[in-house]
Each structure stands twice: as structure tokens, then as C-alpha cells.
Design a protein around this ligand. Structure first.
Ligand code: ATP
Length: 413
């Protein structure tokens, strides 16, 4: 066969393949990035694909459609679809996200996974969003989004998320088939940590994390290991749920985890027959919440469906806007005018700046320091400057205002 005839066969095969669509998005298999290469020689065609972002049913569907399309091409004697294993090189790690928002709850069953999934889909309207389901006790995200495994690994052995409408999703639930016991007991945290740290993401604007319910070790260590912008805590308006939520909010703050706000779920029920809204719980216990209410969501069948990235009911779109606004303001540290700001300075310049300001102050004056590192070690230095033991500084309060900013407030002894 001549070179020209070979090129023509490749062209004809590619033209037919272009008619095969991604069943989950209105894209050709080329636009969806499923076709890596087409080799057509002497009537034998090999289509090299990367279908790792698809669940197995969808992937089989696409392969079948490709085989049928190429089989019909004039001059094709045999056709073969091969899967290429992608590299993690063009993927991102968890540190690459601009923002990480975790969704937590004091107890199970209040709608945490529903909120996390719809929130990720709401944020996906304007951002490149990924969703990580860390709920080892009830990984519901795959069911909510109607995605399934198996999870493939890259050439480097890193787990590759499942992709749905441009959003990457990884869940302990997608891994369960292979290793159900790994998610229980002492091994759970290590296994979760591995998955969290090694997943090779394609998205890099916002990562939404669905945490396990409660404030156990897995929750706290996960929140401390990655620079989360903050946690959204989901509650129902029932007084016991609200008081558990208040304690959870307090615990997060005590552990330097910023709280963006709360979502009050199942706040009311709108009657299907008359359209009348009814409160589901009689007590108005929200006054006990020491955190802004980002959204009050109704109990509605609409929120029991399968959300699509970028296309959510209005109440969830509003929640997405409230979370975006909260992330932006959480990044701003409220610094009093007289504070010493040593962020971004060299170690020597940091010391000089602290010394200059501190030695100007008198006993009883307030000293406020803003730093991009934990300022606790500054204590002994201040002690030397004040010629007083560190214990003489009362109060000596350090808080992590954002993942990258700490504020120290103390008084000169
Ligand atoms: N606002 C709502 N309207 C209607 N149904 C809801 C709403 N929120 C949650 N649900 C339903 O309540 C059930 C529990 O929700 P979900 O799984 O999100 O809770 P959860 O807090 O994540 O629970 P767990 O921690 O046990 O996994 C689901 O069947 C969900 O569809």
C-alpha cells in the first residue's frame, strides 16, 4: 500500500471516530481527550486511548462505539482499541489547589455529603473544581454523582480520579471494592492519607473535601495536614444538632482550623400540594451558633437528585456564592494598625522589626505580631528583650488566622 493510501485510511478512520461522542459531555472523543493516537496500516487499525477518567460502564460504551465506527470504514480489515496509561506528570497534587474547602458535621445523616457534592457542583460553574470524598464511614459521593470505579493508576502508580462533566472525583468508596478492610480501624487514616496526598488531579482551582462526620482523629489530622481555607459545618436546626455543631465549631477553632460558616439543612419543608413552607423543627435554636449561617436549605426532593457540575438548584448556587465570598474574606487578616507585620521578611529582618517595635513599648502596652510562620518561638526572644521570663507574658495568644497567617497578641510585662 502506498504512503498516500495509508494517510487516507487514517484520515477516514479519524473522521469516523470524530462522530463518536463522550456520553457524559457534548464532545467528540478527540475533544474529550480520549484518543491518544490512531495507527492504520494495511487495513489494520489500532486506536490508542486514555479512558481512565471514565467509569467502567461508560468506558466500555465508548470502546464499543469506537469499534463500531471504525469497522464501517472502507479498507479496514481489523480494529483494535488499546488503553494507554497516562502519566501523573501533567496532573496536580493536593497542594496545587488555590483553595481547599472541607465540609464537616457533628453527627452523621444531616446532609453533609449532599451539601459537599452540590457545593462542588455549584462552584464548578465558575471554577475548575475537584471533589474528594474522605467519609470513610459512609462514602456516598459516588452514588450521589452516579460515578463508579475502578480507579486506575498512572504510570507512576498514583490513583487517577474519575471525571464527570469536567470535575475530578475521588472517593474512598471508589476504592472499596478492592480493599474494604483498609478503610476500617487504625489503617483507615494511613490509607486515606495516601489517597489524599497521591491522587493526581486535573483540576486546580478549588478542592471540596467531604469529611467523615464528627471530630475524630481522621478529621482533625486531615484538616491539619492540608492548608484548608476553612470548614463549612452542616447542621439541622434541631436544638441538639445545633449544640453539637457549636461544640464542633469551637473544637475546629481550638485546633487552628478556620470555620467559614454553617449550613442549616432541612430548615423547612415546602408542601408539594399547596406550596406552603413549613418549619421541620419547632425550636429556633440557631442563636446558639457562633458562626455565620451561609445558607438555610429546604428539605426538598430536588436535593435528592444527581447534581451536575455547573448546574445546581438556586439554593445551592447561592451557597456556592456565599462560600466563595467567605473564602475571600477569610484570606484577609484583620490586623490592627499598631501590629508588626513580618510576613515575607528574611529571618534577620524579622528579628530587627520585632526588636525595633517591641523595645519602643512600655510595660502594659499591647504587642501584636502578624507572621507567615507559627510565632510561638518568638516568645523567648521577647522574654530576652523584656528581661522577663516567657511566663510573664499574660496573655500570650497565638491564632492561625488563615492557613498561611498567624497572629500573636500579648502584653509587655
Ligand atoms: N435538603 C435535603 N432535602 C432532601 N433530602 C435531603 C436533604 N439533605 C439530605 N437529604 C437526604 O438525607 C439523606 C442523608 O444525607 P447525606 O448522605 O448527605 O448525609 P450525611 O450527613 O453525609 O450522612 P453520613 O455522614 O451518614 O454519610 C440522604 O438520603 C439525602 O438525600
Amino acid at each position: 500500500m502506498t504512503e498516500n493510501a495509508r494517510t487516507t485510511l487514517t484520515d477516514r478512520v479519524e473522521a469516523q471516530l470524530r462522530k463518536v461522542r463522550d456520553p457524559k459531555a457534548d464532545l467528540s472523543v478527540f475533544e474529550a481527550g480520549f484518543v491518544e493516537n490512531v495507527v492504520a496500516e494495511d487495513g489494520e487499525v489500532t486506536v490508542e486511548t486514555d479512558l481512565t477518567s471514565l467509569d467502567s460502564d461508560t468506558s466500555n460504551q465508548v470502546i464499543e462505539a469506537m469499534l463500531r465506527a471504525v469497522d464501517d470504514v472502507d479498507g479496514v480489515e481489523s480494529v483494535h482499541v488499546e488503553s494507554a496509561t497516562p502519566s501523573s506528570e501533567d496532573r496536580e497534587s493536593v497542594e496545587s489547589f488555590d483553595h481547599i474547602v472541607a465540609v464537616a458535621s457533628a453527627k452523621g445523616g444531616v446532609g453533609k455529603s449532599t451539601t459537599a457534592t452540590y457545593l462542588a457542583c455549584a462552584l464548578a460553574a465558575d471554577n475548575d473544581v475537584a471533589l474528594f470524598d474522605a467519609d470513610i464511614h459512609g462514602p456516598n459521593v459516588p452514588g450521589l454523582l452516579d460515578v463508579s470505579g475502578p480507579v486506575h493508576s498512572s504510570d507512576e502508580g498514583d490513583p487517577l480520579p474519575i471525571r464527570t462533566d469536567g470535575m475530578d472525583v475521588m472517593s474512598v468508596g471508589l476504592m472499596e471494592d478492592g480493599a474494604p478492610l483498609a478503610w476500617r480501624g487504625a489503617m483507615a487514616h494511613d490509607a486515606l492519607d495516601d489517597l489524599f496526598t497521591n491522587t493526581a488531579w486535573r483540576n486546580d482551582d478549588v478542592l471540596v473535601v467531604d469529611l467523615p462526620p464528627g471530630t475524630g482523629d481522621v478529621v482533625l489530622t486531615t484538616l491539619q495536614e492540608v492548608p484548608v481555607d476553612g470548614v463549612v459545618v452542616v447542621t439541622t436546626p434541631f436544638h441538639a444538632s445545633v449544640s453539637d455543631t457549636s461544640r464542633t465549631v469551637e473544637l475546629f477553632r481550638d485546633n487552628d482550623v478556620p470555620v467559614l460558616g454553617t449550613v442549616v439543612n432541612m430548615a423547612e419543608y415546602v408542601c408539594d400540594c399547596c406550596g406552603e413552607p413549613n418549619d421541620l423543627f419547632e425550636d429556633d435554636a440557631l442563636g446558639d451558633l457562633d458562626a455565620p449561617v451561609l445558607a438555610e436549605l429546604p428539605f426538598t426532593h430536588e436535593l435528592q437528585g444527581t447534581p451536575a457540575p455547573g448546574d445546581v438548584p438556586e439554593a445551592m448556587a447561592d451557597l456556592g456564592d456565599a462560600v466563595t465570598e467567605s473564602i475571600e474574606t477569610a484570606g484577609e487578616v484583620a490586623v490592627p494598625d499598631h501590629a508588626v507585620d513580618i510576613r515575607g521578611l528574611s529571618p534577620e529582618a524579622r528579628k530587627d522589626r520585632v526588636r525595633e517595635t517591641f523595645t519602643e513599648l512600655d510595660s502594659g502596652d499591647e504587642f501584636v505580631l502578624v507572621s507567615d510562620r507559627d510565632p510561638n518561638p518568638v516568645g523567648p526572644f521577647l522574654g530576652r528583650l523584656a528581661e522577663a521570663p516567657r511566663e510573664a507574658f499574660d496573655p500570650f495568644e497565638v491564632r492561625r488566622a488563615t492557613p498561611d497567617d498567624w497572629v500573636l497578641e500579648t502584653v509587655v510585662p
